[in-house]
Write a protein that binds this ligand. Structure first.
Ligand code: ADP
Length: 589
């Protein structure tokens, strides 16, 4: 068994350029027309600032100084119109950008979930649910910001900047050049800070995944937390994690502020220089006051766009940290090798054969040359001490894991030659821990199937003894089962899962018997339902009850990952081996 790793594991597979290109091709390009529209409106919004500063020159030189009183209506009206345009573009832009941002991030969420569902046991072994939830929900929202920041930045701020500088240059190119003297100071710090931001953000994302994992574990294990009085301990661990997040976020924010802060310093230098230069020219009468006011306001209005553009690099780095994690997940391939598409060669034959099967989890050898046959249409019981590898056999048959070596066939077909879906269609699995969803009992039995008639459903519910207890529930079949089925008792949950299996009507039944969870009355009901279910099917049962074992067509006794004895109840008891001693143990209880 191998742990899945991204196929494109080289570090430069996730450079900024490649991340952006993948994002563009996969999610952004499909919105290019809406983007173009948003871009146009952004340009409109951005250019209003330049128009505003441009209008100050006639206001000062012709109205205030020149005394052309009538012109004030024209200039005033023009300025008011500019603000009306800004108000309209603001609403349009906000709607367009939100639309794109939401559509891209949710499309990514859907794709990510679909992809994660193709992954298998080994992957979920190392990626806890909380961390995966954080990927699907937290990291995908990073995609939202990329969009808005990019269009806003390029569309509005860059256009504002270029046009404002245009106004400034038109007034005086030398003044304009003077404001830029400090600009080269920005280059090196900007580059250095970007790498730091990426690293810190990656740390924050890792901690956020841990936070989600902790919460998931606590809320799923709420009974254990309370009964073991772990509240303080769990809160303490949670506090540590969020503490780390706070520290990393503060460092990221401080380093992100570095660039706009440097821009402030550079701008201050520029203003100082221009004042020295222009002050002399105005007092000497060389330039008009209107020119200076117009120039100065252009520079002042350029200040916010420059700051925001300076922050764009930081925003991208934050998004890139999440994108790297997302694309690494997208690049993770299933560890279970998928067969081309073969269907079972003869659906009527469902005998199972394991031939010299080995399996280990890391260094832990779980199966050691396991071989046995379960005949078609018969019941085969797996018996043995806890940890012998009985449940592992079920996981192998349904290919939740693959063996390290050995051969497993169903109906004569090697299971790794069969289409994975077709293989899983062969099995109904009923285990001790029936997994119920927090949906109605009806939905829990149907599991999304729409081709089941009401009559077939009722027959299955009756045979599984679900009808018995559902009748007493206030909302009957439409009663919610609670988180993980917690509103039902252990025996009821198991009866629901038997009803599922009856509807599924698969030719092979894998049954992990529950014993301890059930009282005598529900045990009898469950037992009867199970007998109906296994009739006519190839049944492999992990047996705890002597009744099952006694009636089984064959008993396979396992110990430490291999078969130590097999036979019927009578022959094994007579053989006086491990089975006989397990029997004696149960009887003496
Ligand atoms: P049984 O059903 O006979 O009690 P299992 O098949 O559940 O035994 O487990 C066999 C051995 O495999 C146990 O020692 C268990 O610790 C180990 N094991 C099972 N699943 C995993 C897993 N996902 N990762 C690591 N070890 C596992």
């Amino acid at each position: 068994m191998t742990i899945s790793t991204p196929k494109a594991a080289t570090p430069n597979a996730y450079t900024s350029r490649r991340l952006f290109m993948r994002l563009w091709r996969g999610y952004l390009s499909r919105h290019k027309w809406i983007m173009a529209l948003a871009f146009l409106f952004m340009v409109l919004e951005g250019s209003t600032l330049a128009a505003l500063s441009w209008s100050l020159k006639p206001l000062f030189d012709r109205v205030f100084v020149g005394g052309e009183g009538d012109l004030i209506w024209l200039v005033g009206g023009f300025i008011f119109a500019l603000f009306l345009i800004r108000a309209t573009t603001l609403i349009i832009n906000r709607s367009l950008l939100t639309r794109i941002a939401q559509k891209t991030s949710t499309a990514m969420q859907v794709d990510l979930l679909a992809h994660v569902l193709t992954l298998d046991g080994p992957f979920f072994q190392v990626n806890p649910p909380g961390a995966l939830i954080e990927r699907v929900q937290g990291d995908t929202t990073a995609v939202q910001s990329v969009w808005s920041v990019l269009i806003t930045g390029v569309g509005r701020d860059l256009v504002a900047l270029v046009s404002l500088f245009g106004v400034a240059i038109a007034i005086d190119p030398v003044w304009t050049a003077t404001t830029l003297v400090g600009a080269p100071l920005l280059i090196l710090p900007t580059l250095a800070v970007q790498r730091y931001i990426r690293r810190k953000t990656d740390h924050v994302r890792t901690q956020a995944a841990q936070r989600a994992t902790r919460l998931d574990e606590i809320f799923h294990g709420i009974a254990a937390v309370k009964l073991n009085r772990m509240e303080t301990y769990q809160v303490g661990r949670f506090r540590e994690i969020v503490g780390r997040i706070v520290r990393a976020e503060v460092k990221t924010a401080a380093s992100r502020a570095m660039i706009p802060a440097l821009i402030d310093v550079v701008t201050g230098l520029g203003f100082f220089g221009v004042l020295l230069l222009a002050g002399r020219e105005i007092t000497s009468g060389e330039r008009s006051l209107g020119e200076f006011i117009s120039f100065f306001s252009a520079m002042a209005l350029a200040f916010q766009p420059v700051r925001r553009l300076g922050d764009m690099a930081g925003t991208w780095q934050v998004a890139a940290a999440s994108l790297t994690r997302l694309y690494k997940l997208f690049d993770t391939e299933p560890a279970i090798r998928r067969a081309v598409a073969a269907r079972p060669s003869d659906p009527a034959r469902t005998g199972i054969r394991l031939d010299d099967v080995y399996l280990s989890y890391g260094d832990h050898q779980v199966l050691n040359g396991l071989s046995f046959v379960a005949e078609s249409g018969k019941t085969t019981a797996l018996v043995g001490p806890s940890g012998a590898g009985k449940s592992t056999v079920f996981n192998l048959l349904t290919r939740m894991v693959d063996p390290s070596s050995g051969r497993i066939t169903v109906g004569g077909d090697a299971i790794d030659d069969l289409d994975l879906g077709a293989l899983r269609d062969l099995f109904s699995v009923v285990t001790q821990e029936a997994t119920l969803f927090d949906e109605t009992i009806r939905e829990n039995v149907l599991l999304g199937r729409t081709d089941v008639s009401e009559r077939a459903l009722e027959t299955a519910l009756g045979a599984a003894h679900v009808s018995d207890f559902v009748a007493a529930l206030p909302q009957g079949l439409d009663t919610h089962a609670g988180p993980r089925g917690s509103a039902l008792s252990g025996g009821q949950r198991q009866r629901v899962s038997i009803a599922r299996a009856l509807l599924r009507d698969a030719p092979i039944l894998l049954l992990d018997e529950a014993t301890s969870a059930l009282d005598a009355a529900s045990e009898a009901l469950v037992q009867e339902a199970l007998e109906r279910l296994s009739k006519g099917r190839t049944t492999l049962v992990i047996a705890h009850r002597l009744a099952t074992v006694r009636d089984a067509d064959k008993i396979v006794v396992m110990d430490r990952g291999r078969v130590v004895e097999e036979g019927t109840h009578a022959t094994l008891v007579a053989g006086n081996g491990l089975y006989a001693s397990l029997c004696r143990l149960q009887f003496s209880e």
